[in-house]
Design a protein. Structure first.
Length: 278
């Protein structure tokens, strides 16, 4: 188990490095938003949680992963390429005129379920997919990853009411709680805390954990596979926006930006040095 977790942590570092290089080369991409959720994605796609098949991305019995925070597409694209959903060479053409992948998430990329970028929309789609699966008596699970700033959207709470009312315990909600929005920290803009109490009041079972602790994320997700209760579950994963690259952390002005080429070496070195100290 120790070797397995060590390998997963190394995978997180590799994904961050590949994603970072891809965005720096393109000069585009929401880098900090992607860095904060890599550990969550690695837990899902490499930790034995998601039932997906890179050779058959539309398999009827697959689990569905919904990236509602569609601006973090670089992280998901890099993960999908790493799992073999498409050729890794395609990452070189990210956000380029001759490439298939734009800055925001596109559902014509193998392994991607929805097109997203306008915040607050993906969660409602996840709710509809979960209800459809339940009505069809299918055992597939739906995992939806939201941003904490996305939770300012009224559509998130409309979907939450719908999910709780219909007891969609086949939908597992994960919130990337990185405490930053476009221009400032969330608690300076409009306070989200007490965040857990809000979700409890909407009828959810709430789990709060370290969003960079791959082992604990996997343990909790594995436990939830059996749908231990009728209530839907939300996992609030506390993260750091820009995690792994110290100079990009805790600065809202890096939102939506890729580091310039002259900063590339510094960012990669910070990432490598940080992983060595873990």
């Amino acid at each position: 188990m120790i070797d397995c977790i060590k390998n997963l942590k190394n995978k997180c570092r590799i994904i961050r490095e590949e994603m970072l290089k891809m965005c720096i080369s393109a000069g585009k991409g929401h880098v900090t938003s992607s860095l904060s959720c890599v550990d969550i994605l690695v837990a899902l796609y490499h930790g034995g949680i998601l039932n997906v098949d890179p050779q058959n991305p539309k398999a009827d019995k697959r689990d569905r992963f919904i990236l509602s925070k569609g601006q973090a597409s670089p992280a998901l694209y890099t993960i999908l390429a790493d799992r073999g959903f498409f050729d890794k060479r395609e990452l070189r053409r990210f956000a380029q005129p001759n490439g298939k992948m734009a800055v925001h998430l596109q559902n014509d990329i193998p392994g991607v379920e929805i097109t997203a970028g306008s915040l607050g929309q993906g969660y409602a789609l996840a709710a509809g997919i979960a209800l459809s699966l339940k009505l069809d008596r299918k055992l597939s699970l739906v995992y939806a990853l939201l941003g904490d700033g996305e939770c300012y959207e009224g559509s998130i709470w409309e979907a939450a009411m719908f999910i709780a009312h219909n007891k969609l315990n086949n939908l597992i909600t994960i919130i990337d709680r990185n405490y930053l929005c476009v221009t400032d920290f969330t608690e300076n803009l409009i306070e989200l805390e007490p965040f857990e109490k809000k979700w409890i009041s909407f009828g959810f079972n709430v789990i709060r954990l370290d969003g960079h602790d791959v082992e604990n994320i996997i343990v909790e997700l594995e436990r939830l596979k059996s749908r231990p209760q009728r209530k839907p579950t939300v996992i609030i994963a506390d993260t750091v926006k820009g995690y792994g690259v110290g100079s990009l952390c805790y600065d809202p002005l890096w939102h939506g930006c890729a580091p310039p080429a002259e900063k590339a070496t510094q960012c990669i070195n910070e990432l490598l040095e940080g992983s060595e100290n873990e």
